[in-house]
Design a protein around this ligand. Structure first.
Ligand code: ACO
Length: 430
């Protein structure tokens, strides 16, 4: 970061103080207020962190006004078009695109970490069969630290990289097993001859009794979905992972915390909610009713898959998603009216003053559920796939944080509005 020539001045209690303004490589400058409390006795107030940069990061850049998303400088559209999820994972972890040899070695390493400790299969059996896959993933990923404690010394860079590889590699196995458990089918072991994504699809949809027929268009589409979800700057779940990690917690526990946060319908759960909403709408003639409900201040209903904290323009991932729906529908010869409903809903919303004024555009979740459903994933698995892909971003961000010599425990402050000090009243006198 650079200290800009501009300074920020703040007058508190009639006294003026000057603060440095820091510049990154692109994006808004930040005012360095680290000394503010010491100088003035005041905190800043920013619930939801709408104006707060919580860290310095060189991984991902978003320009929400322009609808730009870059990983290590590379536009998401180019990565989705030309790259693979393994290559993007390497890029996020290491900062540069790999040579062929580097990519082969990385893929080899990840492939050879895909199996789970055999005892974890027993762990699954403790869950109810109807448990949500995200509930299982929170539990199983958290439990990994009990199985792989030989890689939890976070002060050792080698431990950090081994646990990162383990997490990326085992996540497809964990997610697929969560699905298999819910439908009562046997778990499938990974097959090292397949790609990362092909392996996940086989473990999810294959059965031990017969060969799994991997559809190349499906493999490509899911790999692309993984790329689109790999990282997204300091979103809620990534910030959760960083905050958990800032205390020195082991990476498996931190990623489990990220999964818990991602599960919420305002975050990763939105694609499940978006598809449920589109199915509930059913036919294009019912769209206006839902648009009216979304605009009604007295109705808690929101158009799921619409709006974003950062994007005030079309989410560039939604553009790729929309194109991918067409590819998958063509390849699998799917004819699901839900896509027509989605396209029509998007058109109506984008021409509606409410959505235009509030800059509410489709986000990545608007179309992803349609593709995943066409491929055969039940809605409950959507967020699990998101967690699988986002694990790459989480571990890359966690590594970046732990490697930062200035890293300290995250500890926000508050504006206290509760009772002031008062004396305890015995229960008989209340
Ligand atoms: N439908 C209708 N109105 C909306 C929507 C929506 N989907 N999203 C925002 N608004 C309205 C709000 O009611 C608010 O109106 P007001 O100014 O009159 O009070 C205004 O737009 C701003 O909304 P906020 O909630 O303050 O915006 P914020 O940045 O906090 O929230 C969020 C962003 C949570 C994503 C929100 O747009 C939303 O709930 N969307 C639906 C859920 C969704 O799709 N989430 C996925 C996010 S992407 C991801 O996690 C991968």
């Amino acid at each position: 970061m650079l200290v800009s020539e501009n300074k920020a001045t703040l007058t508190v209690g009639g006294k003026e103080r000057t603060y440095d303004v820091l510049s990154g490589s692109c994006g808004p400058d930040v005012i360095d207020i680290r000394k503010l409390y010491g100088d003035t006795g005041c905190f800043t107030y920013d619930p939801g962190y709408k104006s707060t940069a919580s860290c310095e990061s060189a991984l991902t850049y978003i320009d929400g006004e322009q609808g730009v998303l870059l990983h290590r400088g590379y536009p998401i559209g180019q990565l989705a078009e030309h790259s693979s999820f393994m290559e993007v994972a390497y890029l996020l972890l290491n900062g540069e695109l790999p040579s062929q040899q580097e990519l082969d070695e990385f893929t080899w390493t990840i492939t050879r970490h895909t199996m789970l400790h055999e005892q974890l299969a027993t762990f699954y059996r403790g869950f109810r069969r109807d448990a949500h896959p995200m509930a299982i993933m929170c539990g199983v990923v958290g439990a990994l630290s009990a199985f792989y404690h030989d890689s939890t010394d976070i002060s050792d860079p080698e431990h950090r990289i081994i646990s990162s590889h383990r997490l990326i590699a085992k996540m497809p196995t964990i997610a697929a097993m969560a699905y298999k458990y819910s439908i009562g089918q046997p778990f499938l072991y990974p097959d090292n001859s397949l790609s990362y994504t092909g392996n996940f699809l086989r473990m999810t949809f294959g059965v031990p009794a017969e060969e799994y027929d991997l559809h190349p268009a499906v493999e490509k589409a899911v790999d692309r979905i993984f790329i689109l979800h790999a990282d997204h700057e300091q979103n809620a779940s990534t910030s959760t992972v960083r905050l958990a990690g800032s205390s020195g917690a082991n990476p498996f526990a931190c990623i489990a915390a990220g999964i818990a946060c991602l599960w919420g319908p305002a975050h990763g759960g939105a694609n499940e909610a978006a598809l449920n909403m589109l199915r509930e709408i059913g036919t294009p003639d019912r769209i206006q009713h839902y648009i009216d409900r979304a605009k009604d201040k007295n109705d808690p209903f929101r158009l799921m898959g619409f709006g974003h904290r950062v994007y005030k323009n079309y989410d560039p991932r939604a553009t790729v998603m929309q194109k991918t729906v067409r590819e998958v529908f063509d390849a699998l010869k799917v004819d699901d009216p839900v896509f027509e409903t989605a396209l029509r809903l998007e058109e109506i919303a984008l021409n509606d003053d409410y959505f235009r004024e509030k800059k509410l555009f489709p986000n990545v979740d608007f179309y992803s559920g349609i593709i995943l459903s066409a491929i055969g994933f039940p809605t409950t698995m959507f967020t699990a796939l998101f967690a699988l892909a986002r694990t790459v971003g989480w571990v890359a961000q966690w590594n970046e944080m732990i490697s930062d010599p200035d890293q300290v425990i995250g500890r926000p402050r508050q504006l206290y509005t509760g009772p002031t000090e008062r004396d305890y009243v015995p229960i008989g006198s209340r």
